[in-house]
Design a protein around this ligand. Structure first.
Ligand code: C2E
Ligand code: MG
Ligand code: MG
Ligand code: MG
Length: 291
């Protein structure tokens, strides 16, 4: 309190901030409870090869419904988990669920990989190698079927440490993908030094690839770079037929996006798997000329 004009008032009191602080506290406890009881959901989004139209794998995307706030997007609860020290448990939970699920689909005869997103903290707190070893041993998933997605920012936080951790995990046979490539503070030097296998070009470059000559140039040049470095290039955020046509015309390796398939709950994905395992690119014949 401060005494002002003889009245007691809160100093710098901001009811909105206060409400936010309270809801943050509530959300944090709810998230802790959800993770502890395994109540996070995982949705799966297919990734397709443009060479044969087959699904190559799936990306696991965490989903959470808070009892008090309803659906909370991962862009909100992942940073929250990072801030309050829950990210290791969250990663472990998603990794376990996703690898088990992938292994079960593989046993049904679908040769799929599973991509799991890592946070920067996972790369820098010394727990990753053991976590990956244990998860693979528990689920029986072949290491070659696991892809870990890391962002440029996560790597650059401590490049030499990241390099060491990535190399150790890579030695197990697990692959790494650079997620949201081109969206962060990129350094071309790490592309050489890190044991990565895939570049996932950020969807910002894909969005207008058919109308923006500059975006088209960036996408084509990144593909060239990836190819010459022996990396697979995945275009994410493919939302329409024209973008898909363009990516096909420049021979991009793989694609992911709403146009091909939205992220789906495991049961629904499994129900549709026989029909969506093979994607048949239907060229509209317009995209390549539009750009
Ligand atoms: P991301 O790893 O880049 O995942 C791709 C995001 O793009 C997903 O959003 C996906 O639903 C969305 N997306 C897919 N296709 C399209 C499209 O055609 N158009 C558009 N506009 N969006 C598309 P989502 O599921 O909301 O996840 C957001 C981010 O949250 C992820 O970005 C990832 O960075 C993070 N995230 C999600 N799950 C996890 C997790 O288990 N662990 C960690 N560390 N991060 C996660
Ligand atoms: Mg990702
Ligand atoms: Mg991404
Ligand atoms: Mg992202």
């Amino acid at each position: 309190y401060t005494a002002k004009n003889g009245k007691l008032t809160y100093a710098n009191y901001d009811p909105k901030l206060d409400k936010n602080a309270l809801s943050q506290l509530v959300m944090k406890e709810e998230l802790r409870e959800a993770i502890a009881s395994g109540k996070l959901d995982i949705h799966y989004q297919p990734k397709y090869s443009l060479i044969d139209g087959k699904m190559t794998g799936l990306e696991a995307l965490a989903r959470w419904t808070s009892p008090s706030a309803g659906f909370v997007p991962p862009d909100v609860f992942i940073p929250l988990a990072e801030r309050v020290g829950l990210i290791d448990e969250l990663t472990a939970l998603v990794l376990k669920g996703a690898t088990q699920q992938c292994q079960s689909w593989r046993k049904m005869g679908y040769e799929l990989s599973i991509s799991v997103n890592l946070s920067a903290i996972n790369l820098h707190d010394g727990t990753l190698v053991q976590l990956i070893q244990h998860t693979l041993a528990d689920t029986g998933l072949p290491p070659s079927a696991l892809i870990l997605e890391v962002t440029e920012g996560a790597v650059m936080e401590n490049a030499s440490q990241a390099c060491e951790v990535l190399s150790e995990v890579r030695a197990l046979g697990v692959r790494f993908s650079v997620d949201d490539y081109g969206a962060g503070y990129s350094s071309l030097s790490y592309l050489n030094r890190l044991p990565i296998s895939e570049l996932k070009l950020d969807r910002a470059f894909i969005k207008d690839v058919c109308t923006s000559k500059k975006d088209a140039v960036i996408v084509a040049a990144t593909l060239e770079l990836a190819r010459n470095l022996g990396l697979v290039m995945v275009a994410e955020g493919v939302e329409d037929a024209a973008s898909l046509d363009f990516l096909t015309s420049i021979r991009c390796d793989q694609v992911q996006g709403y146009f091909l398939c939205r992220p789906l709950p495991a049961l629904e994905l499994e129900r549709r798997l026989p029909f969506i395992f093979r994607f048949n690119p239907v060229p509209t014949g317009s995209a390549a000329n539009d750009s």
